[in-house]
Design a protein around this ligand. Structure first.
Ligand SMILES: Nc1ncnc2c1ncn2[C@@H]1O[C@H](COP(=O)(O)OP(=O)(O)OP(=O)(O)O)[C@@H](O)[C@H]1O
Ligand SMILES: [Mg+2]
Length: 232
């Protein structure tokens, strides 16, 4: 078995009680590119956060790379997140006082418990270059367009060479050209580094470019459809 992420009987309940996830079972292979789709409120972001170690389920397990994610100590889980997972959110979450390059290299500095070194800066600049942002390296987020900020967030997500990149509506704020570029970048990353890519999206064009589309409804998985025409 080659699954990178195995979610077993995941339940999430918010006060109300609001039973947002009602027993989700899901397995994602290493190297897969998966879209998660479904109506607003279906529980997509909640599931993504649980898979990514950001939010503990009420019940159930997430096995990541052979380890029970929520059985790890908080510190171990944070280390796993920082070194093996990348996150791209709809609203970028860049730090406004840092330049593009500083935002990108922050995860590496945390991982190595290091100050800025020229090796880390070089790696960050290389990522920015791959994303067409080399000339923007010293700009701050408020000096960048939405698509540029999203690409900086992607570069940051890739900085530590993650096994998986979780994306929550990564193209939600972008026009279709910038959205297609973001998707190109994610597919290239999947192709060159075999990184697993999981994308929550409302955009059929984005979902149509993935290998498998999982649809959610009312806190449960509805279908899982493989795309035979998938091409990286
Ligand atoms: N922190 C919270 N406290 C209480 N309820 C929450 C919380 N976060 C999410 N919910 C509720 O859980 C349900 C699922 O939310 P979730 O964000 O996972 O939906 P989604 O499928 O990502 O929707 P969208 O497509 O609109 O982003 C919603 O009804 C939401 O109101
Ligand atoms: Mg959401």
């Amino acid at each position: 078995m080659n699954s990178l992420i195995e979610a077993i009987n995941i339940h999430k309940v918010y006060p109300g009680p609001l039973h947002v996830l009602r027993g989700v079972d899901l397995s994602i292979d290493a190297g897969e590119v998966v879209a998660i789709v479904g109506p607003s409120g279906a529980g997509k972001s909640t599931l993504l956060h649980i898979l990514g170690g950001l939010d503990a389920p009420k019940e159930g397990q997430v096995i990541f790379n052979g380890q029970d994610l929520y059985a790890l100590s908080d510190i171990k889980r944070a280390q796993t997140r920082n070194s093996d997972m990348g996150f791209v959110f709809q609203s970028y979450h860049l730090l406004p006082e840092l330049t593009a390059l500083e935002n990108v290299i922050l995860p590496a500095m945390i991982k190595e418990n290091s100050r800025k070194t020229s090796a880390i800066e070089f790696a960050g600049l290389k990522l920015l270059e791959q994303l067409g942002l080399f000339p923007r390296a010293s700009h701050r987020p408020n000096q960048l367009s939405g698509g540029e900020q999203q690409r900086v967030a992607i570069a940051r997500a890739l900085m530590n060479g993650p096994k998986v990149v979780f994306c929550d509506e990564p193209t939600g704020n972008l026009d279709s050209v910038s959205g297609a570029m973001v998707m190109d970048t994610l597919l290239r990353l999947n192709h060159t580094h075999r990184a697993t890519v999981i994308i929550v999206t409302h955009d059929d064009k984005i979902a149509g470019r993935t290998q498998r589309v999982i649809s959610m409804k009312d806190g449960l998985l509805e279908h899982s459809l493989r795309n035979k025409l998938f091409a990286r």
